[in-house]
Design a protein around this ligand. Sequence first.
Ligand SMILES: N[C@@H](CCC(=O)N[C@@H](CS)C(=O)NCC(=O)O)C(=O)O
Length: 215
Amino acid sequence: MFSLYYCPGTCSMAAHILLEECGADYEPIAIALGKGEQRGEAYRKINPHGKVPALAVGDEIITQNVAILPYLCRAFPDANMAPADSAELARALEVAGWLTSAVHPAFSLALHPERPGGDTSLGDAAEKAIEEAARSTYWSAMEEIDNRLAGRQWMMGDQYTFLDGYTLVFYGWGKRINKPMEDLKNFTAFKDRMIERPAVRTILERENSPLLIAD
Ligand SMILES: N[C@@H](CCC(=O)N[C@@H](CS)C(=O)NCC(=O)O)C(=O)O
C-alpha cells in the first residue's frame, strides 16, 4: 500500500498517473499548496522540502519525480512502464531529467517571476524580463517536445512509459500560462491519446483537470 501526497494540476500528476497505470493499491492524499499546507509542520515531516509529490512506501518517503517514477516501474515490472533496454531507459531518464531541471523551473519562473527576489522586490522591470525569458524558454521546450513526437505515438516511440504521464503535465502548464498549445499538432495529438487512456482519465477526473474540457 502506497500513499501519494499530491496537488491537482501540479507535477505530482506524473506519479499519480503512473500509480494508476501500474494498478497499484494506493491512497491519494491531497495537499493544498494554494493554502500553504506544504509549509506546515505536519507536511514538513513528510517532505522537509515542502514539495509534492511525495510517495510513502511503508515507513519510507520518496520524493522527486525522477526518483518516484523509476521506483514505481521497478515495483511493478509487469506493468511494463519503462524501457527494458538499458540505453533506452537512459534516454527516457535523460528526458525526465531535462523536464525536471530545465522545463519545470522555466514554468515556475513564468508563473512567479517575483520569486527569485525572495522577500526583496526585484522591481517591475526585472520581474517582467524574468517572466518573458522564462515564457520564451518554456515555449522552446514545448516546440522541442512537439518535434520529438513527430511520427511517434509516445515519448519513447511505440512503448508507453512513465515519461508520458510526466510529459502531459507540461502540456497542461503550457495552457495555464496561455501558450497556444493547440498549434503544436504532434503534442496536441499526444495529449488527446493520453486522455483516451482509462488510467489517465481517472486521474484527470480526480484532479478536475482543465485538459478534459474541450477547446
Ligand atoms: N523536482 C521536483 C519538483 C517538485 C515541485 O516543485 N513541486 C511543486 C508542485 S509542481 C510544489 O510542491 N510546490 C510547492 C511550493 O513550492 O511551495 C519533482 O519533480 O518532484
